[in-house]
Design a protein around this ligand. Structure first.
Ligand SMILES: *Cc1c(COP(=O)(O)O)cnc(C)c1O
Length: 385
């Protein structure tokens, strides 16, 4: 049996006719730049997140960068981001001219640790970017409380968490604003690069709307730096089709995560934990094991594709050597970079495929002397419920 890591072809097969019809309509209208589908997607995505404004942009990194700029964050400012994330979270801070300050993550949820956040705040700190990593919302209430106390802007990096819930709120509606990626492999993805940002703040929306389009507040009146970060109309049309299915697709991911959790319970690997207040949309299903590289190799031999998110933490990347962090700066992030393994996860995954993956993991675990990892302390509710 072959189990891919994600299967975009399967997703497209199910909606091919709808997508083709949408693309044809864009070609007929020829409104390629900021056309009707961009506007409609913005309305629909704002409703989906339960916020006032959505603005389509060219990718997720731009969404975060433009938001920071819209809040006048720049040179001399510091923005706190989790060490355990995709590099784009920190890159957005760098590209607005400010300095990313990293903090280690909570050992159970792998998301930003509020205590470490508060310890990293100083007079230069202007904002914080919690990441809803792997689709699981960060622990937002303590983060929002700290942000309120120190008057920080909160920008959610929701690139992996379209449609997730924290208590009774959708991701994207929790902070001052949020950036989403619509990269093809994300839970909600375009057929190319795309992104969208959301906010309840009308002035923030006005600014980013201008900033994405040559800084124009009206035709040929350029109030902001004339960069081009527009969302392509064709991509918006495709994403509108997929937005109709995202909740159903996320529900399937949740079902798969529950089954993985159940079947892996006594296997000796650490399964992912989600805080009680959060409902993950399982962008990734990430386990931990001491001899990760051997397990990855074994699964590859069995026809099972896996991923590592992320093998080299942000602070140890060559690009960020000037930030001055040494190995050992963020022990949890560094340890998990060596232990984490992302299993196949996508809506169309079958029960048979999941059972096959789990059987292979169990065979590997009983036949090797994998050093057992300590289960997380203070266990929170595992599973997708
Ligand atoms: C994918 C991703 C981004 C960036 O999105 P792009 O659309 O690729 O620019 C930012 N943050 C996180 C956590 C991501 O996973």
């Amino acid at each position: 049996m072959q189990v891919p890591f994600v299967d975009l072809k399967a997703q497209h097969r199910s909606i091919m006719d709808e997508i083709t019809a949408k693309i044809t309509r864009v070609l007929e209208r020829a409104d390629f730049i900021l056309g009707e589908d961009v506007e409609r997607l913005e309305e629909e995505f704002a409703i989906f997140c339960n916020v006032e404004h959505a603005v389509g942009v060219d990718n997720g990194l731009s969404a975060l960068t433009l938001l920071l700029k819209a809040y006048d964050i720049g040179p001399g400012d510091e923005v706190i981001v989790p060490a355990n994330s995709f590099i784009a979270t920190a890159a957005a801070v760098t590209f607005c001219g400010a300095k990313p300050v990293l903090v280690d993550v909570d050992p159970i949820t792998y998301n930003m640790d509020p205590l470490q956040l508060e310890n990293a705040i100083n007079w230069h700190t202007k904002a914080v970017i919690p990441v809803h990593l792997y689709g699981a919302p960060a622990d937002m209430n303590p983060i929002l409380k700290i942000a309120d106390k120190y008057d920080l802007v909160v920008i959610e990096d929701a690139a992996q968490a379209h449609g997730a819930w924290y208590k009774d709120k959708r991701t994207g509606s929790l902070g001052d604003a949020a950036g989403f990626s619509l990269y093809p492999g994300k839970n909600l993805g375009a057929s190319g690069d795309a992104g969208i940002l959301v906010t309840n703040n009308a002035e923030t929306a006005r600014r980013v709307r201008a900033m994405r389009n040559c800084g124009q507040v009206a035709k040929y009146i350029h109030e902001f730096a004339p960069h081009n970060h527009r969302l392509d109309t064709m991509q918006a049309a495709i994403v509108r089709v997929k937005l109709q299915y995202i909740d159903a697709w996320n529900a399937l991911r949740q079902q798969h995560a529950r089954l993985y959790n159940e079947l892996l319970a006594d296997s000796g690997v650490i399964t992912p934990a989600v805080s009680q207040d959060a409902q993950s949309v399982w962008h990734l299903y990430v386990i931990r094991v001491s001899n990760r590289d051997d397990l990855k190799q074994y699964l590859t031999e069995q026809g099972i594709a896996t991923g590592i998110h992320y093998p080299i933490p942000i602070h140890l990347q060559p690009f960020y050597k000037d930030l001055g962090y040494k190995r050992g700066a963020f022990p949890i992030t560094e340890l998990y970079a060596d232990q984490c393994l992302s299993l196949p996860m996508f809506p169309e995954l079958t029960v048979e495929q999941i059972e096959y993956v789990v059987d292979a993991i169990k065979t590997f675990m009983v036949n090797t002397d994998s050093e057992p990892l300590l289960a997380p302390y203070n266990p929170v509710e595992t599973a997708a419920d």
